[in-house]
Design a protein around this ligand. Structure first.
Ligand SMILES: O=C(CO)[C@@H](O)[C@H](O)COP(=O)(O)O
Ligand SMILES: [Fe+2]
Length: 219
């Protein structure tokens, strides 16, 4: 089985030292930096805006994977791209025209992702398959780190895996929420190719990050 990409969610890092934390996960072997953007409206929490993304950009060459939990979303896409986002993922519920939003993300020169909440049906992908570079399955309800993995989402990963394979899509299949050493292998067996992890990467202090990432990769 191919090792998954590991995308540490900096939501679980020390916010008073974000630059150092991003450098630390880079040295520890992370593949992407997962940045959770929340607006207190689409989700019940407020986190990071484009200025913080821009300030972090010089600290690493890793791709910035921006998970936007904001509504409306379209008016902020350019700002996140200009701030240094390489992948931009949006929730279908965050705007009226998912297809238009995905096209716009690609036009801006970023990779486009669609995020499925635990209760969002996979059929939302049917008519945008060609327009996505990444599908993100939420294994918690979005808004907070440190929640428990919702087991039913393993079946959703399998379902989306089958759909991507059937259409010949090379999109990354990412899982986010409550991912840890106990369930990472099941996510990969179900077809995930990238794992987001906050708590499971940033636990134990900086000396532990490399081992935490290796464990999630199954190495
Ligand atoms: O998008 C989200 C939450 O809304 C996630 O990216 C979490 O921040 C992941 O944190 P853990 O569940 O791994 O602690
Ligand atoms: Fe996320």
């Amino acid at each position: 089985m191919t090792a998954p990409l590991i995308c540490p969610s900096i939501l679980a890092s020390d916010f008073s030292r974000l630059g150092e934390e991003v450098r630390a996960i880079t040295e520890a072997g992370a593949d992407f930096v997962h940045i959770d953007v929340m607006d207190g409206h689409f989700v019940p929490n407020i986190t990071i805006g484009p200025d913080v993304v821009k300030a972090l950009r010089p600290h690493t060459n890793l791709p910035f994977d921006c998970h936007l939990m904001i509504s409306p979303v379209d008016s902020f896409l350019e700002a996140f791209r200009n701030a240094g986002a390489d992948l931009i993922s949006v929730h279908p519920e965050a705007g009226p025209h998912l297809h238009r939003t995905l096209k716009y993300i690609r036009q801006l020169g970023a990779k486009a992702g669609v995020v499925l909440n635990p209760a969002t049906p996979v059929e939302i992908l049917d008519w945008v398959m060609e327009d996505v570079d990444l599908v993100l399955i939420m294994s918690v309800n979005p808004g907070f780190g440190g929640q428990s993995f919702i087991e039913s989402q393993l079946r959703k990963i399998e379902t989306v895996r089958a759909r991507l394979d059937a259409t010949g899509s090379a999109a990354i299949l990412q899982v986010d929420g409550g991912v840890n050493a106990q369930n990472a292998a099941s996510c990969v067996a179900a077809g995930a190719t990238a794992l987001v992890a906050g708590t499971a990467v940033f636990k134990g202090g900086r000396d532990a990050y490399a081992d935490n990432i290796k464990t999630l990769k199954g190495l």
